[in-house]
Design a protein around this ligand. Structure first.
Ligand code: GBH
Length: 457
């Protein structure tokens, strides 16, 4: 039996574009994902978030399901195009949905954790260069200011950005996320502006004298070597520099990692988008760090990759429906590394979970693999806490099956099943299992892979 601290926060997470729908309601403008999804060949079956889970209209039912689940906190994000649909236009009506949502959460005693940016940039900003344009930083500050003025007294937990690595590199470098660009130089510029906008918004929050907590969420993936060769060891360093240190170092050490600066400057020339004073802004004190963890990367040296000289080796055994290997121990090692090398401020797992090809049979979704995944990752988190680690909460990704970006609705991460024909919600077995975890504040260690025992019964 593993018991969590009394004050530990159990939660679940979602993001605006992935669940809301209501794409034209109350004056919402267009986001880069609405536009990206229309381009042929970008998203599975060209699916989009026009309706998604229709959370925009079904939020009451959803908050009731949260209350029944027993979560203490719900992590969601604001859709920027609802508030700023066009250049120079603020749409106050776009606040109404979030007021209704917060009313509902408050009525059920669920604490909101709000992410300001989870990838749905207004297209009018993209038309001016999006995150490669330094002016976007100021627009982000304006957006955040409206949110702080409106909700600063109702929301005490703020996350500036969700996974700036994804927004920058998947969006501008690999072209697999909106806006779909394939230019590493652009991705580097975007990553810097995302970090800079984080620092500016934290400064704004402090200057407004607000009493809650503010931080950032990073997706961190430990890099492990494919073989014991020195070449792979060196590739691991670069891969770690690329995915993790490029964000952790400026935030917590006030400088970009030297080895990566050298590597990028050799390739792209002087990174003159990094201006005097930027790193002081970026390294502003955070109240917490949010970590999204799914898997680790197995990395090998690769000369064909002309920027990093490294590649991720895909796994085939013990993987989720995304093809991501299941490695709970890496979560423990990651948390320990953050504590040892970076910071001892409170940490939150702001996302962890898994996609599996769930099916509803006789009204039930028997997602035992998800229960095992969550159990083993909760256990890794518990081990870190036992060691004295400052982990204060855990948000399961995701509350609902939803729009999985380039994979459309083909991947199911939810602990609640969504029938996309009827939009009916069905709590999966993992929901019922999580409900018991929250209620008892403990996890029961599985014995012998027996199904019943896997459920902690
Ligand atoms: C999160 O991204 C998002 O915040 C969330 O919106 C999303 O729905 C959820 O996770 C599930 O995907 O690409 O083979 O190199 C996580 C994104 C996943 C990005 C792992 C890096 C590395 C594997 N990360 N990925 S690979």
């Amino acid at each position: 039996m593993k018991t969590f601290p009394e004050s530990f926060t159990w939660g679940a997470a979602t993001a605006s574009y992935q669940i809301e729908g209501g794409a034209h309601a109350e004056g919402r403008g267009e986001s880069i994902w609405d536009r990206f999804a229309r381009q042929p060949g970008k998203v599975y079956k060209q699916q989009n978030g026009e309706i998604a889970c229709d959370h925009f209209h079904r939020y009451k039912e959803d908050v009731q399901l949260m209350a029944d689940l027993g979560i203490q906190s719900y992590r969601f994000s604001f859709a920027w195009p609802r508030l700023f649909p066009q250049e120079g236009r603020f749409n106050p009506e776009g606040l109404e949905f979030y007021k209704r949502l917060l009313d509902e959460l408050e009525a059920k005693g669920i604490t909101p954790s709000a992410t300001i940016y989870h990838w749905d940039l207004p297209t009018w900003l993209q038309d001016k260069g999006g995150w490669t344009n330094r002016e976007t930083v100021e627009h982000f500050v304006t957006f955040a200011k409206v949110l702080f003025e409106e909700f600063g007294s109702r929301i005490n937990s703020w996350i500036t950005h969700n996974e700036p690595w994804c927004a920058a590199f998947l969006g501008y470098g690999f072209g697999v996320h909106a806006p779909g660009h394939t230019d590493w130089n652009e991705a580097l510029i975007a990553s810097h502006h995302l970090l800079l906008s984080h620092g500016k918004v934290v400064e704004l929050y402090r200057s407004m004298g607000l009493k809650g907590e503010i931080g950032i969420t990073l997706n961190l993936s430990p890099a492990v070597p494919a073989t014991e060769s020195p070449e792979d060891a060196a590739a691991v360093e670069r891969s770690d520099g690329f995915a993790n240190r490029w964000f952790l170092d400026p935030l917590f050490k006030g400088s970009y990692p030297q080895d990566m600066l050298r590597l990028y400057e050799n390739r792209f020339g002087i990174l003159n988008f990094i201006k005097d004073g930027d790193l002081e802004t970026i390294s502003v004190q955070n109240d917490f760090l949010g970590i999204n963890y799914y898997s680790h990367n197995i990395v090998g040296a690769d000369d064909e990759n002309d920027v990093l000289g490294a590649r991720n080796i895909s796994e085939t055994v013990n993987v989720t429906d995304m093809g991501w290997g299941i490695h709970p121990d890496s979560l423990y090692h990651l948390l320990t590394r953050i504590k040892m090398e970076y910071t001892d401020i409170p940490l939150y797992i702001t996302e962890n979970g898994a996609a599996f090809p769930d099916q509803k049979v006789n009204g039930k979704v028997e997602d035992y693999e998800r229960i095992k995944y969550l159990h083993d990752h909760f256990a890794a988190a518990h081990r870190f806490i036992e060691d004295g680690g400052n982990l204060q909460g855990y948000y399961v990704w995701s509350f609902l099956d939803n729009y999985e970006w380039a994979f459309g609705f083909s991947k199911r991460f939810g602990i609640i099943y969504v029938d996309y024909e009827t939009l009916e919600r069905t709590p999966k077995e993992s929901y019922k299992w999580y409900q018991k975890v929250i209620k008892s504040n403990q996890i029961v260690t599985r014995r012998d892979g027996n199904r019943k025992n896997e459920l902690g019964e």
